[in-house]
Design a protein around this ligand. Structure first.
Ligand code: FAD
Length: 395
């Protein structure tokens, strides 16, 4: 019997495997992964200091423990180099493996800015636990009050800024936009976050970017497009991720910014599924979006697991908010889709220290929201409001 194969051992790969094993204890399962196959929760990487965790405490299970739990064969440190959709097999340096059905859970690659200077290669990114171990080592070498420069004030850059400032590090946050979280949040919420990070000691250098990063004695010198230069110990790039579509493209599966999947999680080859950061999910209106968050993984994994047992199941498209882990000013939001966000406006109100912004299109239909400081009650009320508005729009 050919096994079901999963490529990738991040949250997406392991969650599908867990959901599948709840339904089927015996069908052979093989997981092939480029990393060491340890299980960890990636969101913890940007609030590990707040959680009081050392990097090695973030891994809760080794690959061997996962293999036992899942009754699976796990090949670690093994990159899949090709997929043959005709023979239903994948190629690796240790041989070829047949599959009956395949799940792509390949994640995304950290984007890099083109920066000049002889220390540009010292710029770090954190997109997995191994990256985070390297980052924490560099911080430790620089001491308790390391100077850390973060490129990119999006979700991940803001979370790291808050967490590192909490731990006593001297953080400088750089972004070409004039406010943090500018791509996701309304200005009023971004201003609240700006004030909270500033109060915590984060230096925000906005409306500019790093153009040159050079070695300087025992430090790194960062030069900005506005001409300013300063010394720092560690530079962390958080400028975004690019879905990993290389294998899918080579196998001639349909791709765009991610691997295109239908409502069942199937790619353009019906026996190959995809989910997680590599996938571009089908939306209710028929368009496809990247959704590089945990919640879509959970719903996709449940549906794909059922589909792998032969019961083709569509994903539950329940709305869930993106929670920004900035304890100084916790934000929850569901940003409007790009096409809508060009034509509508945010409307905000403040009550009892809480700011709520709703995004309406020209005909006053609700398409998104942001709330801060957020907590479950206000967040859930807004999700319910948006769910109802979307149901009315579809009818
Ligand atoms: C710092 C940080 C904080 C975050 N915080 C939040 C949060 O608070 N809330 C939230 O919802 N989301 C958060 N996210 C996003 C969320 O963590 C990701 O959406 C999710 O973890 C992605 O999981 P994945 O399995 O798709 O990808 P990954 O975890 O990247 O896994 C990809 C896997 O594929 C393997 N792989 C890739 N190519 C190959 C190949 N050719 N052959 C074999 N194996 C291969 C890799 O080795 C890896 O095992 C955060 C992300 C980061 C970086």
């Amino acid at each position: 019997m050919k096994p079901i194969a999963i490529i990738g051992s991040g949250l997406a790969g392991y969650t599908v495997a867990r959901e599948f094993r709840k339904l089927d204890k015996t069908t052979p399962l093989i997981i092939i992964t480029g990393d060491d196959g340890g299980f960890y929760s990636k969101p913890m990487l940007s609030n590990a200091f707040a959680l009081g965790k050392q990097p090695q405490q973030l891994q809760s299970k080794t690959a061997d423990q996962m293999a036992a739990e899942l009754n699976a064969t796990i090949l670690t440190k093994t990159l899949v180099s090709g997929i043959n959709t005709v023979t239903q097999s994948v190629q690796t340096k240790v041989g070829e493996f047949d599959y009956s059905q395949l799940v792509l859970a390949l994640g995304a690659q950290a984007m890099r800015l083109p920066i000049a200077g002889d220390a540009a290669d010292q710029v770090l990114s954190v997109n997995n636990l191994a990256d985070y171990v390297v980052f924490r080592d560099k911080l430790a070498q620089a001491g308790d009050k390391a100077r850390v420069t973060i490129l990119g004030a999006g979700l991940i850059g803001c979370e790291f800024s808050d967490d590192l400032a909490t731990a006593g590090h001297k953080v400088t946050l750089i972004d070409p936009n004039t406010l943090p979280l500018a791509a996701l949040a309304p200005a009023v919420i971004s201003q609240g976050l700006h004030a909270a990070l500033y109060a915590k000691g984060v230096q925000l250098k906005l409306g500019t970017t790093a153009t040159h990063i050079a070695k300087r004695d025992h430090a790194i010198q960062v030069t900005l497009t506005n001409g300013e230069s300063f010394d720092t110990d560690v530079v962390l790039s958080a400028v975004g991720l690019r879905a990993d579509i290389r294998l899918a493209q080579a196998a001639q599966l349909q791709t765009d910014r991610g691997i295109i999947i239908n409502e069942y999680g199937q790619t353009s080859a019906p026996d190959i599924f995809a989910l997680g950061d590599c996938a571009q999910y089908r939306q209710a209106d028929g368009s496809h979006s990247l959704m590089p968050y945990v919640a879509p993984i959970m719903t996709a994994a449940k549906a794909i697991a059922l589909s792998l047992t032969g019961q083709l199941t569509s994903m539950d498209t329940k709305l869930s908010a993106v929670l920004v882990k900035t304890p100084s000013y916790p934000v929850a939001l569901i940003p409007p889709a790009f096409a809508v966000s060009k034509s509508g406006t945010w409307e905000s109100n403040h009550a009892d220290g809480v700011t709520i912004s709703r995004y309406f299109d020209e005909s006053k239909k609700l398409h998104g929201f942001a709330v801060a400081p957020q907590e479950a009650k206000s967040r859930n009320a807004l999700i319910a409001e948006l769910t109802e508005a979307q149901a009315m729009q579809l009818n």
